[in-house]
Design a protein around this ligand. Structure first.
Ligand SMILES: Cc1ncc(COP(=O)(O)O)c(C=O)c1O
Length: 348
């Protein structure tokens, strides 16, 4: 009933509201031809909008699942503090989920180069940041790394570290919700799944379930080019930290840069698919992949007896938390001119 009317009430209203299983499916929206250069080749591209998850970002799905599983296993008894290594979506999603299961305080190790906007976001949600001077390539076994420190602190009495980088309940959330939704929404006709690689929970879990249904589905993972920046996703070196078997699930890797990610996310947003930099990043990776297939004449191999090639890319969050960054990474020519800007009183 909640799903149909979208009403969450009673003593556990917020716990139910934060549970992705209690929601209608998150939308799957086809790109118009203006955003799909392969439309003429019977390729259809769909955006999976994780922005419609309970807290408006992809991490609210595993965060709820991790906290619920800890609670159900009795691992939150006597726990008063959650600690994680995260500077973004994961930790505030964890904090709000933790509250539903009786844990009131959440802290997070954040890297010393964290932006002021991200710090504000943590402070807004009441999450305590612990600034850490991160080594350039953090390793889970390096005592200087935030992930190591969070694990150590989480082992103390009264503390818990959900551990998003190797907690199986992270990918499991996508096995049970994201993948099942995509399978139903495409009526089992999906040929290509493409997602950015952060903790890899999304791609590992979604791919696992989809491949169980049809192992001919192609999985494209997208990583950041070295020295480029896109929030939430990693370079090859930074993926060393991850404990999941994502390499087993991913068939193809694409690498994408900062500017093209921000630009593509703005193009999508301006057409009504309002998504952030890592969504533009995933779409760029998918388009690169399709272009290579066209170039080496192997696009038809992806069709797998279907008339159309159906592609889904994952959109993790909205552009709003990163608005200032679009002006940093994109040329001013990408934006409308401000008329009468000389009248502005707040120009710096
Ligand atoms: C904005 C954003 N994009 C992409 C991702 C990557 O998702 P995953 O960690 O499941 O690989 C994250 C994860 O933190 C994220 O916050």
């Amino acid at each position: 009933m909640a799903k149909k009317l979208n009403v969450f009430k009673g003593k556990k209203s917020i716990e139910k509201f934060l549970n992705p299983g209690e929601h209608p499916m998150m939308p799957l929206v086809e790109l118009p031809e203006s955003l799909n250069p392969f439309a003429g080749k019977r390729v259809r591209i769909f955006a999976k909008l994780m922005t419609f998850s309970p807290l408006g970002n992809v991490k609210s799905v595993p965060a709820f699942n991790m906290m619920q599983a800890l609670y159900q296993r009795g691992e939150l008894d006597q726990v008063e503090n959650v600690i994680e290594n995260s500077s973004g979506n994961t930790v505030f999603s964890l904090a709000l989920a933790a509250l539903q299961f009786g844990v009131k305080n959440t802290s997070s190790y954040v890297p010393h180069e964290i932006s002021i906007h991200k710090l504000w976001m943590l402070l807004f949600f009441g999450v305590q940041p612990i600034v850490n001077k991160e080594p350039s390539l953090p390793d889970a076994n390096d005592p200087r790394a935030g992930v190591y420190k969070a694990r150590e602190k989480g082992a103390q009495p009264g503390w818990i570290n959900p551990g998003q980088y190797n907690n199986p309940d992270n990918p499991a959330a996508h096995e049970k919700w994201t993948a099942k939704q995509i399978w139903k929404q495409t009526k089992g006709k999906i040929n290509i799944l493409c997602a950015g690689l952060g903790t890899t929970g999304t791609i590992t879990g979604t791919a696992k379930t989809l491949k169980k249904k049809n192992d001919a589905i192609n999985i494209v993972g997208v990583m950041r080019e070295d020295s480029s920046y896109v929030p939430g996703v990693r370079t090859k070196g930074l993926l060393e930290l991850i404990g999941f078997d994502w390499e087993k699930q991913v068939d193809f890797i694409e690498q994408v840069t900062t500017e093209e990610s921000y630009s593509k996310s703005m193009q999508l947003s301006r057409q009504g698919i309002v998504v952030g930099p890592s969504s533009g990043f995933a779409l760029c990776g998918l388009l690169n992949f399709l272009q290579k297939k066209v170039d080496d004449d192997s696009l038809e191999d992806l069709r797998n007896d279907d008339i159309e090639i159906t592609c889904v890319f994952i959109c993790p969050d909205s552009p709003v938390p990163y608005l200032d960054e679009y002006f940093k990474y994109l040329d001013t020519s990408e934006f409308p001119e401000i008329i009468n800007s000389d009248l502005l009183e707040n120009e710096e």
